[in-house]
Design a protein around this ligand. Structure first.
Ligand SMILES: [Zn+2]
Length: 347
C-alpha cells in the first residue's frame, strides 16, 4: 500500500506507473492530497478525474506534454460530480475537444450546470440551513469550472472502451455522491474509487484539519464499502486516500466502517450528556470532542445521516421547534411491572 501523502513534496504532474499502463499522477490542490490516473492503450489515454479547475493546467498538462500531447486524450472518466473531480472538464474540453466525458448519470447536472452544482451541494446540501461564507463561495465557484456535456451518463454495468479496445467496467456505488461510480480496468484489475471509501476523512496539510467523511445514508455507505470489498480489486486506486493492494483492501474498508461506528457512539454520548440538541449545537459539541476536524459542509451532511440512523433505531426522538429540528435522547423505558397495570384478562 502507498499512503495518501506518497506524493508530498513531489511536483504536480509527477507520475508513477502503478500497474501495466496505469499511471498515478500527483494532482494535489489546496493542501489536499489528490491523485488522478491515466490509462494507456496504444497511443491514446483515458483519464480518471480532472481535479479542480486549475488541475489540468498544473498537473495534467505536464503529464500529457511528455506522453503524446492533448490529441492523445480520448476519454475522461469522472468518479463523481464533486468540484475536485469534474472541475477540470472545461479546460480539458477546450484543449482536447476530441475527448469523451463519462460520469454517473445522477451527477451529470453537477458537471453540466456549475450554478446548480453550487446551489444544490453547498447552499441546500446541508441540513439546518448552513451555507459557506462568501469567500468560500467564490473559491468553490471558480474551482467548479465551466459546463461540459457528459457523453456517457452511467448507471453502472456499462463497459467503456478506448484506444485499441482497453475495456473499463463501471459499477454504480452512490453514497458519497448520488452518482459515485467505480471504474475497473479489465486488463489489470485496478479499480478507481474516487471518494467512495472515506476512512477517517482527508487531512488538509495547509490547515492541519481533516474534512469529515461525507455520504448520503449510512446504509448506502456501508453497502458501497461491502461492494468494493467483494470486487477484490488487484489495486484500489483512490483520489485522496492512497493506493491499496488487494491484501490491504479489507483493512482499509474495515477502518472506514469502524470510523462510522465510533461516530454514531460519539453522537449518542453527546445526546446522553446534553439531553437534546439542534444541528448547530451538535456541531459545536462535536468540535469539542473531535478538534482535528473542519466543521463545514461535510460534518452537517454526515451527522444528519447518523442522526437519521439513531432516530430509526429509537435512540433519538426528532421534534420541530419553531421550524428548527431538535433531537432528544430517548430515556430507557421503565422495566415492565404487571402489578401496576391491573388487567381483567390476567385473572
Ligand atoms: Zn467527493
Amino acid at each position: 500500500m502507498t499512503n495518501e501523502h506518497e506524493f508530498a513534496g513531489r511536483p504536480l504532474g509527477f507520475s508513477r506507473e502503478v500497474a501495466d499502463g496505469v499511471f498515478a499522477v500527483n494532482a494535489a490542490f489546496w493542501g489536499f492530497p489528490n491523485v488522478v490516473y491515466f490509462l494507456r492503450s496504444g497511443r491514446t489515454w483515458a483519464l480518471v478525474d480532472s481535479g479542480v479547475a486549475e488541475t489540468p493546467a498544473r498537473a495534467i498538462a505536464p503529464f500529457l506534454e511528455q506522453h503524446g500531447g492533448f490529441g492523445s486524450l480520448e476519454l475522461v472518466m469522472g468518479t463523481h460530480g464533486h468540484v475536485d473531480h469534474i472541475g477540470g472538464n472545461a479546460w480539458l474540453k477546450q484543449h482536447a475537444p476530441q475527448a469523451r466525458f463519462a460520469l454517473g448519470a445522477l451527477d451529470t447536472d453537477w458537471a453540466e450546470d456549475p450554478h446548480r452544482h453550487y446551489e444544490t451541494l453547498y447552499v441546500h446540501g446541508a441540513p439546518g440551513g448552513w451555507r459557506p461564507d462568501s469567500e468560500t463561495e467564490q473559491v468553490v465557484r471558480e474551482a467548479i469550472g465551466g459546463p461540459v456535456a457528459i457523453d456517457h451518463p452511467l448507471v453502472g454495468g456499462e463497459v467503456l472502451t478506448f484506444g485499441l479496445g482497453r475495456e473499463i467496467e463501471t459499477v454504480h456505488l452512490g453514497a458519497h455522491s448520488p452518482g459515485q461510480t467505480l471504474y475497473i480496468d479489465r486488463m489489470t484489475g485496478c479499480a478507481f474509487s474516487g471518494d467512495a471509501v472515506q476512512g477517517a476523512g482527508i487531512m488538509n496539510t495547509s490547515t492541519g484539519l481533516r474534512d469529515f467523511p461525507m455520504y448520503r445514508t449510512l446504509s448506502d455507505y456501508r453497502a458501497s464499502l461491502e461492494a468494493i470489498r467483494s470486487l477484490r480489486p488487484a489495486l484500489l486506486c483512490t483520489a485522496h486516500a492512497g493506493i491499496h493492494e488487494r491484501g490491504d483492501v479489507d483493512g482499509f474498508i474495515d477502518r472506514a466502517l469502524a470510523w462510522g461506528v465510533r461516530f454514531t457512539e460519539t453522537i449518542l454520548d453527546i445526546a446522553t450528556e446534553h439531553g437534546s440538541f439542534s444541528m448547530e449545537e451538535l456541531v459545536e459539541h462535536l468540535g469539542e470532542r473531535m478538534p482535528e476536524y473542519a466543521l463545514i459542509l461535510q460534518v452537517r451532511v454526515t451527522a444528519g445521516e447518523h442522526l437519521n440512523a439513531l432516530v430509526a433505531r429509537g435512540d433519538l426522538v426528532p421534534t420541530m421547534e419553531g421550524g428548527a429540528k431538535r433531537w432528544t435522547r430517548r430515556q430507557a423505558p421503565a422495566p415492565a411491572s404487571s402489578s401496576t397495570v391491573p388487567s381483567q384478562t390476567d385473572r
